[in-house]
Design a protein around this ligand. Structure first.
Ligand SMILES: C[S@@+](CC[C@H](N)C(=O)[O-])C[C@H]1O[C@@H](n2cnc3c(N)ncnc32)[C@H](O)[C@@H]1O
Length: 280
């Protein structure tokens, strides 16, 4: 099978997170990704901060751990929706260990979904019946319509909605509409999302890192605006919609959970990404 050429932002996140996928059977998946397109962007970001992968690894591990925690504690197998999944092999990582706790996984993205389906069908036939990759623009209201046409989709099942690495690139109103699509009257659905906090809320000695990284991505990928949220914005969003905010993690919480010690993020204001977990 021909390697899949990734665009620059997708390359960057795969480059930073690849050590999570080096073991069997995920290593096979990585062989089909061509990260060459992102070389220039990777080099520029590495010049800004050569340990930036720690941010992505902390984020990815916290999300994975929480997904697993929810899968285990839900009474019945859960349905998982991964918004803007890109080429991240999170589904495979989940299915590899917890397939019996999952009813079905839906991945949604405007790119790569056909190629991802081909990889699943060809190289992971043991899991491919349990994942559907759907090509769709997540800012358009028809996302649920698309999902509802899928054979295995069941809105009544407990769902885990993962929104990772995308809140920066869509507007606050697009984000709110997206969350509303998945909210249930009895708040049975778990929502997990990372977001960027405003640079002026990051420690003064640190804020240059996220500002330069995001400006570089924005300029290189021609992204019109980068959206950030303060903790207060997230609390307000949840309160106004009567969603239940369960927890907000800072990068220093994430680092401690992953490593058992603090190395790069000693205090909450040393970090610029947070993860919110709530019931919607
Ligand atoms: C930085 S990647 C994140 C991938 C993955 N969630 C992760 O964290 O590893 C951003 C992804 O968002 C997707 N994306 C951006 N805007 C989108 C939109 N309007 N609708 C659907 N997907 C979108 C891109 O195609 C890309 O795969």
């Amino acid at each position: 099978m021909k390697k899949i050429k990734l665009k620059s932002t997708a390359t960057l996140v795969m480059h930073w997170s690849q050590e999570l996928y080096q073991q069997k059977p995920l290593d096979r998946y990585m062989k089909y990704l061509d990260l060459n397109e992102g070389e220039y962007l990777i080099k520029r970001c590495d010049d800004i901060c050569d340990w930036y992968k720690e941010v992505i690894l902390n984020r990815k591990m916290l999300i994975y751990d929480n997904v697993i925690l929810n899968l285990i504690s839900n009474k019945e197998p859960s349905q998982i929706v991964i918004i803007a999944a890109g080429m991240c092999p999170l589904s495979l990582k989940i299915l590899q260990n917890y397939e019996n706790r999952v009813s079905h996984i839906f991945e949604v993205d405007q790119s790569y979904m056909e190629q991802k389906t081909s990889i699943y069908n060809e190289f992971y036939p043991e899991h491919s019946d349990n994942v559907s990759c759907i090509s769709c623009d997540i800012t358009k209201p028809n996302i649920l319509k698309y999902l509802k046409t899928q054979e295995n989709f069941d809105f009544e099942k407990p769902q885990i909605i993962i929104t990772e690495g995308i809140s920066y690139y869509i507007s606050p109103s697009e984000l709110e509409k997206l969350i509303k699509i998945f909210s249930s009257h009895d708040r049975k659905n778990k929502f997990i999302m990372d977001y960027l906090i405003p640079f002026n809320e990051v420690d003064i000695d640190r804020r240059k890192i996220p500002r330069d990284i995001f400006e570089t991505i924005q300029e290189h990928c021609d992204i019109p605006t980068i959206t950030s949220y303060s903790r207060k914005d997230i609390e307000k969003l949840f309160k106004e919609n009567k969603w239940n905010l369960q927890e907000i993690y800072t990068l220093n919480n994430m680092e401690f959970q992953r490593k058992g010690k603090y190395k790069y993020f000693h205090t909450p204001s040393d970090g610029w990404i947070q993860i919110v977990i709530g019931n919607i």
